[in-house]
Design a protein around this ligand. Structure first.
Ligand SMILES: [Zn+2]
Length: 240
């Protein structure tokens, strides 16, 4: 019995095509996974920055309250200066007023520093928010790509499988099992042709005796002694 190596080679071609189609899906899926991770990272940072901004905001409010209180004291002292009865009281109120004004000046400087920190943090939050939004859009785009692609990929695989099922009918079970085993261990290519007396799977020369057997097209199954792939020779053009 002649082994249907050429048919097996067609099956292999279909299997490689199916692998490529499935590969497209997994490329999109892994891009989605990466985009998801990036988005989650950006969201976490955005949240952390938001909390830092809120803390600065609380600090700013407290300083503002302190400033308002100090200004109120200064105003009170200023108002009372007009109503003083004696020199001692005037001196005390004047001191209170000038000390209060000095304190207010310091608090204002502190407030400006905190305000600058607030503004800086706020722009960090805004930048991160843009990043989060871009991440969400990218994920949505990939998800759309996956949905759109899936239908086409599924259909392509289905058609190829149909063709494969037909071809496989002509291949003995034992040969198919051998093919599957070699395919699994040799990166998808189990059937290779011999060109210039070399196996096209591992590119090592096949022994002359084996080559002669191959050229004669003998009935037995011939495997490469180096990589164990099933060998065949391309049809020879008829010599004139
Ligand atoms: Zn080989």
């Amino acid at each position: 019995m002649r082994y249907p190596i050429k048919i097996l080679e067609q099956v292999q071609r279909i299997d490689l095509e199916i692998g490529a189609v499935e590969g497209e899906g997994s490329v999109v899926r892994s891009a989605m996974k990466k985009a998801q991770e990036l988005l989650e990272g950006a969201k976490r940072l955005h949240e952390a920055l938001g909390a830092e901004l809120e803390a600065i905001n609380v600090q700013r409010s407290e300083i503002q309250v302190h400033l308002d209180e100090t200004n109120a004291k200064v105003k009170k002292a200023t108002d009372r200066i007009g109503e003083v009865k004696n020199d001692r009281e005037l001196k005390a109120l004047t001191r209170e007023k000038s000390q209060g004004a000095k304190t207010a000046k310091n608090i204002e400087a502190e407030l400006r520093a905190v305000q600058a920190a607030f503004d800086g943090k706020q722009s960090e939050v805004e930048v991160k928010a843009v990043e989060v939004e871009a991440g969400e859009q990218e994920l949505e785009r990939l998800s759309g790509e996956l949905t759109a692609g899936k239908e086409g990929w599924d259909k392509a695989v289905e058609e190829k499988m149909k063709l494969r099922d037909e071809l496989v009918r002509d291949i003995p079970e034992s040969l198919l099992k051998k093919y599957e085993a070699i395919k699994a261990s040799r990166g998808g290519r189990a059937v290779v042709h011999v060109k210039n007396e070399a196996c096209q799977g591992c590119f090592i020369h096949v022994p002359p005796q084996l080559y002669v057997q191959l050229m004669r097209g003998e009935d037995e199954l011939i495997s490469c002694p180096h990589c164990y792939r099933i060998l065949y020779v391309e049809d020879q053009p008829a010599t004139v």
